[in-house]
Design a protein. Structure first.
Lengths: 683, 315
């Protein structure tokens, strides 16, 4: 599906050119037509020729990757040794190392410090008072930028207290406070290593691809075996998922440092170590902070899944509320995650901008004067601790004062359900009959040899022999694993969602770019959709549309819309002013300006946005498995509930392979477009 | 390992110092009980924890996924799981007990019922229910646009098994089986249809809050027998298996194998503990429908049933 999207786009670009039906184009068109025909009649054809294996890969030809991986994993967990140490002792030691600071943070923010274990424990020191934490956040906001940010961050945290989400939010914050430094710090070191050793980067790149695209559910079981049960395993899964962007951004940022600065550093006689830490990293600090920001957002994205293996916190509240169908409570806990994400995100961005500037602290004053805010926070913390024994409201936010809007949200869904269900049903049926089912039939009908051949051809056209081999190998592996039909359902579901997300998202992006106010509104909606855990709206969507593929598609589109909008807006905004002027001078109307100049020039960016949309759509598959799809995501989910390591990893890898093929093809197409418009030189 | 023995040493030391107070408790280390994400299990586990505490044991509750918890039970990171349903967890439990690291501590006294279920207003539209034969005549009453003229039956997640496709075929019912991916999605379907009084028939299990909130009944299929599932000739359809209802099975307690050595007294209490479906359903309804805090529900059970649990501790 994706390749066809890419093709169609590449096609529409030069649609206005004088002679568009070159022999090469004619051949492309012919192949697309043939694929469509094969998709529709492939099954009948195979039956007529008595070659069923064309559409249904015989199970005798599959390779039992699943059981091989399960056996290997078992060996690793039970028998493997590193020197005298068992492998699991090593992983348990790592878990212990991470657990110590985590326990400290949880105690400090949420649970208090206790002596002894379990129920026999006595409290030594209660957790930091909610007032102290809010004051600390306000102070941090003020330090990083100004009173505006301080108010925003303080308001966010006050919301958590007022809506009764404080304790869970602090548990979640504690895991963010541990996962982010490890992810960001580790990512920075690995990124630097990759920058210094180009070979390392080449080895690392496919690993990062896998870390980002294999669904977490797929490796949850082995992680539990290795690192033990509880929050630490959740933290490790989070770190695996959230670190890759940091590594990528670091390497890119270091490469982007002005060569003159590097030369200057060398001339000043720095050692390699000094060059990195004193010259390169500070110069690239601003870009590197974007990576940190990504780590924070992805960590908060993982909150729900982490809570399934014992992380607790807000994610658990969302899950538990939806289990008892308390939509309002689930929505409130979900919004608390959004609010937390906004506060942490804005502060970290401000911190990043500030880090680029020279320190403004006037020298020569006393320590207390230079650290006024920190002193204030410490004083509030201690005072709240001391007085908390007498006035409980200082320690914990009084329960009687909490607000709730839970009933309102449940009522909204109820109202929509009772009054508008028939309209929803009509929309759904129309989509299913005219859009989804034909796409599904097509995806399942194309004979696999033809599909693989087309992928190879597409890879060859877009990126040469190397990409062709990659496409062939990865799709061949999926076939050999016996997952072809499930992979095609995946392609269908994601493809349909991506098409819809593009159709909705790109126009929204254009509006956002051309109108300032529209841009602001769209920005807020998109931000919320991306940080609100998809679980929160999954259940209301089920109530309105019933379980099935359409519900899954709605959930995927809602989640994956964001990059399509953002990249399109970015692309349209950044079209060179000279070109626009040239267009205006030659008498283009506003509409022509958009159609002939802005959109074509923004095409590479739009393609990158679609690429990201595909990635997000694939990452939603595992979540939509929870509303009853029958694709690779479901396979991963089944494997998880049966604790079948091999099955889960193989299905997870198949999803990753689809993601990698799509990514490489679309990136290659985007690069081709940039070269055609002279934005990049072919090398 | 060195670390561990040191901790153990400390624990033993404190044990000796505090000996007169907790004389009958074998170890002061906390017993870790797992909590999942449905209220019945939380209540069940918290009651068990409260009883163990009354007996002097140190307990700790750990949040864990229903199936993923077996990884922890095998390694001894987790110790007790209070609700393993015959119907949904048997496979995982058998796999775990086969390793020798997990033991089945016996039945909780609750019995899981899983079957096709419909809201009462459907009885008017399909007279003859709850007898399953009625479904043959009014499948169309349960149809939706997508499935018409077949009826639409919402089954549980694929992982629950249940053989509903086979049942539909063997009993010659004109129904299409649609799988919900999770039980949240399953009940979302019910809530949605119930609000509109629309047709629905779906997989419901008890103990659960749903039968307390929604008025309805289970379909009465020919009763389950092991032969009915395995032998085609048994049952109403002589040619096919699965021509009967679903099995009803106990809900099991499971524990890490080491519990028996480390806290033999606690192990016995856990083995003695039983509750029944009715009292559990009442407690679940209290928590989920009336919004009573789970800890309060547990506390009132503890005061009301003091003699019962004292007996388990004393045995």
């Amino acid at each position: 599906m994706t390749q066809r999207v890419a093709n169609r786009h590449a096609f529409s670009v030069n649609g206005g050119a004088v002679r568009w039906l070159t022999p090469r184009r004619a051949m492309t068109l012919g192949l697309i037509a043939l694929t469509l025909v094969l998709g529709k009649y492939g099954g009948d054809l195979a039956k007529a020729l008595d070659m069923r294996w064309l559409v249904k890969f015989p199970s005798a030809w599959t390779v039992p990757f699943k059981s091989q991986i399960t056996v290997a994993m078992k060996w690793l967990v039970e028998d493997a040794h590193v020197g005298p140490l068992a492998f699991t002792d090593l992983t348990r030691a790592i878990a212990w190392l991470i657990e110590q600071p985590y326990q400290f943070m949880v105690s400090f923010l949420a649970k208090g410090f206790w002596a002894g274990q379990g129920a026999a424990a006595t409290e030594i020191l209660p957790a930091a008072s909610w007032i102290a934490v809010i004051v600390a956040v306000i102070a941090l906001g003020h330090y990083c930028r100004d009173w505006g940010l301080a108010t925003l961050a303080g308001g966010c945290f006050l919301y958590l207290a007022a809506f009764g989400q404080w304790d869970s939010a602090m548990v979640t914050l504690a895991s963010v406070a541990i996962a982010v430094p490890i992810g960001a710090g580790g990512g920075l070191l690995v990124g630097i290593w990759a920058y210094r050793h180009p070979v390392g980067e080449r080895i690392l790149s496919p690993m990062l691809d896998l870390m980002q695209t294999v669904p977490v559910f797929a490796y949850l079981v082995p992680i539990l075996f290795m690192f033990g049960f509880g929050p630490v395993s959740a933290l490790i899964a989070t770190i695996i998922y959230a670190t890759p962007p940091m590594i990528r951004v670091t390497t890119l940022a270091l490469k982007g440092v002005d060569p003159e600065i590097v030369d200057f550093g060398r001339m000043a006689g720095t050692t390699p170590r000094q060059l990195i830490w004193r010259v390169l990293v500070p110069s690239a600090a601003k870009s590197i902070m974007i990576g940190v920001n990504q780590v924070i957002m992805l960590t908060l994205n993982m909150v729900i899944i982490a809570s399934m293996i014992g992380a607790g916190g807000l994610g658990f509240d969302v899950l538990a509320a939806l289990r008892r169908l308390d939509i309002g409570a689930g929505f409130e806990a979900g919004l608390a995650i959004v609010v937390l994400a906004i506060a942490v995100d804005r502060i970290s961005q401000a911190f990043a901008q500030q880090a680029g500037q020279a320190p403004t602290v006037p020298a020569g004053q006393g320590w207390i004067r230079r650290h006024r805010r920190m002193v204030l926070v410490l004083v509030v913390l201690v005072v709240a601790w001391l007085l908390g024994r007498l006035v409980p409201a200082l320690k914990d936010y009084p329960e009687a004062q909490t607000l709730t809007t839970g009933a309102f949200w449940s009522e909204v869904v109820r109202y929509l359900n009772i009054n508008y269900f028939d309209s929803f049903e009509a929309i759904k049926v129309a989509f299913l009959t005219w859009f989804m089912l034909p796409v599904k039939q097509m995806a399942l009908g194309i004979p696999w040899p033809w599909a693989i051949a087309m992928l190879v051809l597409l890879g060859w056209r877009a990126g040469g022999a190397r990409l062709a081999v990659l496409c062939g190998t990865l799709s061949g592996l999926i076939l050999l694993a016996g997952l072809w039909p499930k992979a095609m359902i995946t392609v269908y579901l994601c493809g349909a969602s991506v098409i819809l997300a593009t159709v909705i998202g790109v126009p929204l992006g254009v509006v956002a770019a051309l109108s300032r106010r529209g841009g602001q509104v769209i920005g807020v909606v998109i931000d919320t959709l991306q940080t609100l855990p998809s679980f929160v709206y999954l259940i209301p969507v089920v109530m309105l549309f019933r379980v099935g593929d359409f519900t899954a598609m709605v959930a995927i589109v809602l989640y994956a819309l964001a990059p399509a909008v953002r990249y399109a807006a970015h692309g349209v905004r950044n079209v060179s002013q000279d070109l626009i002027e040239a267009g205006t001078v030659s008498g283009c109307s506003k509409w022509q300006l958009l159609r002939l100049i802005r959109l074509p020039m923004a095409l590479p960016e739009i393609l990158l946005g679609i690429n990201q949309t595909i990635m997000l759509a694939l990452s939603m598959l595992v979540i939509t498995a929870l509303v009853g799809t029958r694709d690779l995501g479901q396979e991963v989910y089944i494997a998880l509930t049966k604790a079948d390591t091999g099955r889960g990893l193989v299905a997870g890898l198949a999803i990753a392979f689809i993601a990698i093929i799509a990514d490489r093809l679309v990136s290659a197409a985007a690069r081709g477009a940039r070269i055609r418009f002279g934005l990049e030189s072919p090398s | 390992m060195v670390m561990k023995s040191k901790v153990l040493g400390l624990a033993v030391a404190s044990f000796v110092l505090a000996a007169p107070l907790i004389a009958e408790v074998e170890s002061n280390d906390p017993i870790r009980l797992t909590l999942h994400d449905w209220s019945g299990q939380l209540i069940n586990t918290k009651i068990m924890g409260a009883i163990l505490q009354q007996a002097g044991y140190n307990v700790e509750f750990v949040q864990a996924d229903y199936i993923a918890q077996f990884a922890g039970l095998k390694t001894g990171d987790l110790h007790v799981a209070m609700e393993i349903w015959e119907t949904t967890g048997r496979e995982a439990l058998d796999e775990a007990t086969a390793t020798g690291q997990v033991v089945n501590v016996g039945e909780t006294g609750m019995s899981a019922i899983e079957e096709w279920w419909y809201p009462m207003y459907m009885k008017e539209r399909c007279p003859g229910l709850p007898d399953w034969q009625a479904l043959k005549d009014c499948a169309e009453e349960f149809a939706t646009l997508e499935t018409a003229p077949m009826g639409r039956y919402v089954g549980g997640p694929v992982t629950w098994g249940g053989f509903d496709e086979e049942r539909v075929e063997a009993l010659e019912l004109d129904f299409e089986v649609v799988h919900a991916g999770t039980d949240a999605a399953l009940f979302a379907e019910l809530e949605s249809a119930y609000q509109r009084q629309d047709p629905i028939i779906l997989w419901i299990y008890v103990p659960h809050w749903a039968p307390a909130k929604y008025d309805g009944e289970f379909v009465e299929f020919p009763p389950y027998s092991a032969e009915c599932y395995s032998d085609p000739s048994v049952g109403v359809n002589p040619e096919m298996a699965y021509d009967c209802g679903k099995p009803r099975g106990p809900i099991w307690k499971a524990a890490w194998a080491g519990v028996q050595e480390k806290w033999p007294g606690a192990y016995d209490i856990i083995a003695n503990y039983t509750v029944n479906n009715d009292e559990m359903s009442a407690m679940v309804a209290k928590a989920d429908l009336e919004g009573v805090d789970i800890d309060d529900v547990v506390a009132s059970w503890m005061t009301d049933n003091k003699d019962r649990w004292s007996g388990w501790v004393g045995q």
